[in-house]
Design a protein around this ligand. Structure first.
Ligand code: GLN
Length: 195
């Protein structure tokens, strides 16, 4: 069966994510209402501005449906999406869904480095076969930093000293924007995780 992937389409660059997963063969859907979560197997929560996303999630009553969805589907949160799914948010503290046990610091790179492109290292120690270590391009935009990983959270990629991509069970997160690079590895990894 073809995997059905949605992107939370309240704000941010959800279209770019849907284009990538569509190119990779998934059925896609822009999720604008909670009931649309019933029609997908996996959800991408894109980057944007987490404070705005929180207001829109209030307005459209997305909080409980998203928590329920995470009990049955896979979730990939990037940048602001990571901030929304984290257990704890600092700088400043704000509400979050608590779907993965990490502490995230917002806007952690400061004003000097508001946005930049770089290359980091992916390594999945539990994977076998090919895909298990490689360099991946990373675009950071007013990016957060993961300051604490819970014991059930597995680091997947680093940039310098920082873990910039991680997963626990069926929730994956990245501090960068994989949809803005030509490399599709991160989305393919997510689709493989869903299958
Ligand atoms: N700085 C944003 C926030 O704190 C996240 C930026 C992004 O998603 N690119 O919500």
């Amino acid at each position: 069966m073809t995997t059905r992937v949605g992107a939370l389409a309240l704000q941010g660059d959800f279209d770019a994510h849907l284009k990538v997963v569509s190119d990779l063969g998934a059925h896609t859907r822009a999720v604008r209402k909670p009931e649309q979560l019933d029609e997908i197997d996996a959800l991408i929560i894109p980057g944007g501005e987490s404070t705005t996303l929180i207001k829109l999630m209030d307005a459209y009553d997305f909080w409980e449906p998203l928590r329920e969805f995470a009990g049955r589907g896979h979730v990939f949160g990037t940048c602001a999406g990571l901030i929304l799914v984290a257990e704890e948010v600092i700088n400043p503290a704000q509400r979050s869904l608590g779907l993965i046990d990490v502490t995230v610091e917002r806007n952690s790179y400061g004003r000097q480095r508001e946005s930049f492109e770089s290359v980091g290292d992916f390594a999945d120690e539990q994977a076998t076969g090919e895909a298990e270590s490689r360099r991946i391009p990373m675009v950071f935009i007013r990016a957060p930093r993961i300051q604490r990983l819970g014991s059930d959270v597995r680091p997947l990629a680093t940039h310098g000293q920082d873990t910039v991509m991680a997963r626990s069970d069926h929730v994956m997160v990245a501090t960068f924007h994989p949809e803005l690079s030509k490399d599709r590895f991160v989305h393919q990894y997510f689709l493989d995780m869903v299958d």
